[in-house]
Design a protein around this ligand. Structure first.
Ligand SMILES: [Zn+2]
Length: 351
């Protein structure tokens, strides 16, 4: 089924509401068994999402098909996952399609195309052979039917959404399950489908806007207002790390923050690749679907709504180039013009 063509005709209305959970990146090393025929860690290893990883060349936009389209080929983990996520996933594709002005053609200027994998019988095929275990993240790959580079779409409860960033070519790894999107059950709700659109941004190669190396000119980051800061500090101090050093590392060192299970890792400049060129050339984009709203991962969302000083992330308000205050950052629920420029740059029409 050619989703982009089909879905372009659909209109979607996605109201913005407070998030129950917010997209994270995939830099964590989840604890699951690797003795099964396939597991994520057996493959390339989880990769974080943040501005973009394509400009540096560490990830690619994905291969061209014979029609010169960049196809994002995806499968659902199993029947249960498909039953729950198909509609929401297609709605998220529609959000991108609508923002881009339609399917791949000379006018819209992009070559992006989404396609669910089909089996020899012409019916949709699942990523795994009926033995997928969401909790253990285990399953036997549907070999011979599903290509190893297919994006696995799965429901994983009790964790924020997360996805791999960009395309890993087969020369680098040809293992299955190396491209994945893990989603919590609540993204099925129509008012949460934009969370999947954010994750699609990661799959296309985008990283979090607030991870840009120049972000301090545009946003204020209040590290101690991120959920889990205090427990992480106490844990680090208990490990004989001086408080000043613990704070600095939790707020600035991705590896350290990840080791302590601190959600602040998703706000660190450069993400888990310090020094890597990730800043797009279009400048900081407050409309990007890859930017967290002010309340994301806050200790107390309601208090943050009332007092910006209690929010993890706020916009810097400037007049004549000078800072004059801060502003609340709302939740972006559709890809921005510059998000679409990213797609047109790396997924241009005609290849
Ligand atoms: Zn994200």
């Amino acid at each position: 089924m050619e989703l982009f063509n089909l879905l372009f005709a659909l209109l979607s209305s996605i109201p913005s509401i407070l998030a129950l959970s917010f997209p994270s990146n995939a830099a964590d090393s989840p604890s699951f068994n690797t003795h099964d025929p396939v597991s994520i860690l057996d493959a390339y290893g989880p990769s974080p999402g943040y501005a973009d990883w394509l400009q540096s060349g560490i990830r690619e936009p994905g291969p061209l098909d014979h029609k010169k389209r960049r196809v994002v080929r995806y499968c659902f983990a199993d029947q249960e996952t498909r039953d729950k996520l198909k509609c929401a996933f297609e709605n998220a594709i529609t959000l991108w399609s609508d923002a881009l002005g339609g399917p791949s053609n000379p006018k819209t200027g992009h070559s992006l195309f989404f396609k669910e994998v089909k089996g020899p019988d012409g019916q949709h095929a699942f990523c795994f052979k009926g033995n997928y275990d969401a909790k253990k993240k285990e399953g036997a790959w549907n070999n011979g039917v599903v290509a190893p580079d297919t994006l696995v779409v799965a429901i994983v409860p009790d964790q924020p959404p997360r996805s791999t960033t960009g395309y890993i070519p087969s020369e680098e790894s040809d293992k299955p399950w190396r491209h994945f999107m893990e989603l919590p059950p609540d993204v099925q709700r129509s008012d949460r489908n934009h969370i999947i659109a954010h994750e699609i941004g990661h799959v296309l190669g985008m990283v979090h806007e607030h991870s840009r190396n120049d972000r301090d000119d545009f946003v204020e980051y209040h590290c101690s207002m991120v959920k889990g800061f205090r427990p992480a500090m106490l844990k680090a101090i208990a490990n004989n790390i001086p408080p000043e050093e613990a704070k600095r590392k939790l707020c600035e060192d991705f590896k350290f923050a990840a080791e302590y299970g601190f959600a602040g890792r998703d706000f660190i400049k450069g993400g888990n690749r310090p020094g890597l060129l990730i800043d797009g050339d279009s400048g900081f984009d407050f409309e990007s679907i890859m930017l967290y709203p002010s309340f994301a991962f806050s200790v107390d969302e309601h208090k943050c709504m009332e007092d910006r000083r209690l929010c993890p992330l706020v916009k810097i308000k400037k007049k004549d180039g000078q800072k004059v205050g801060t502003e609340f950052i709302g939740e972006n629920t559709v890809p921005s013009r510059e998000d679409c420029d990213f797609v047109r740059k790396y997924y241009p029409f005609g290849g």
